[in-house]
Design a protein around this ligand. Structure first.
Ligand code: PLP
Length: 232
């Protein structure tokens, strides 16, 4: 099989699973957006995915995003990895959504850099939903404080929440965490603030996106499921 055949077959498989999960959850497949996670993937294969209709890509390193940005046109880039504050200035004009905002310091830097270029930057807050020591992300208990501060950042719009759920053998084990995420998402939706507009619940990866969709995810971030195993 050619690279294109493989990616097409993988994508069809994913779309089937999305459909099944949506039927189970009584949701429309149009509600679920696939973010193609292109970290470590070469430009040729990213272009194949683009031809097959996925045009929103997630990268987790600023440098890698910059290299790809110049070579792949008419697509949307999302930042999904741990973002160092000193890298914000390089990507602020290039990304349409930052999924992984995990500190007040980062929020403040994004706001500052967005203001310099007169941009309003849509962001998601990353939640360390299972309180894992190995992971970045805000703890749920820190959310009220961050939410209170959001108003002060005029060049940011909070569009939702993101999480990376634990790596588990049985993805059903993550149901509890996805459910917690959805609760947090809904709670924040009730806040009446100018720059809060809760639209995206970014959760679910290759291992567990079907479960995440059943629990309300509307952005799923898939790498391995599309391209196969990454060679790190
Ligand atoms: C790598 C990565 C993904 C995709 O993971 P897969 O298991 O390959 O689908 C999703 N989200 C984030 C934040 C990632 O770093």
């Amino acid at each position: 099989m050619t690279e294109k055949d493989i990616i097409l077959k993988n994508l069809e498989n994913i779309n089937n699973n999305i459909e099944k999960a949506c039927i189970k959850a009584n949701r429309s497949v149009d509600d679920v957006k696939i973010i193609g996670v292109t970290k470590t993937i070469d430009i040729k294969r990213i272009n194949i995915l683009k031809e097959l209709g996925i045009k929103t890509f997630g990268e987790n390193k600023a440098q890698e995003l910059l290299e790809k940005y110049d070579n792949i046109k008419d697509v949307s880039w999302h930042f999904i990895g741990n973002l160092q504050t000193n890298k914000v200035k390089y990507i602020i004009d290039k990304v349409d959504l930052i999924h992984s905002v995990n500190s007040l310091k980062l929020l403040s830097e994004i706001n500052k850099r967005a203001s310099y270029i007169n941009k309003n930057m849509p962001i998601l807050l990353e939640i360390n939903i299972a309180n894992e020591k190995s992971k970045t992300g805000l703890l749920a208990q820190d959310l009220p404080y961050i939410i209170d501060e959001i108003e002060n950042f005029k060049n940011i719009t909070l569009n939702g929440l993101m999480c990376v759920a634990p790596f588990v053998e049985n993805p059903q084990q993550n149901t509890q965490y996805f459910r917690k995420m959805r609760k947090l998402f809904i709670d924040i939706s009730y806040k009446n603030k100018d720059n809060i507009n809760m639209k995206y619940l970014s959760m679910g990866m290759t291992n567990d996106y079907h479960i995440a969709i059943e629990e309300g995810a509307n952005m799923i971030r898939i790498g391995t499921g599309i391209f196969g195993k990454r060679n790190y």
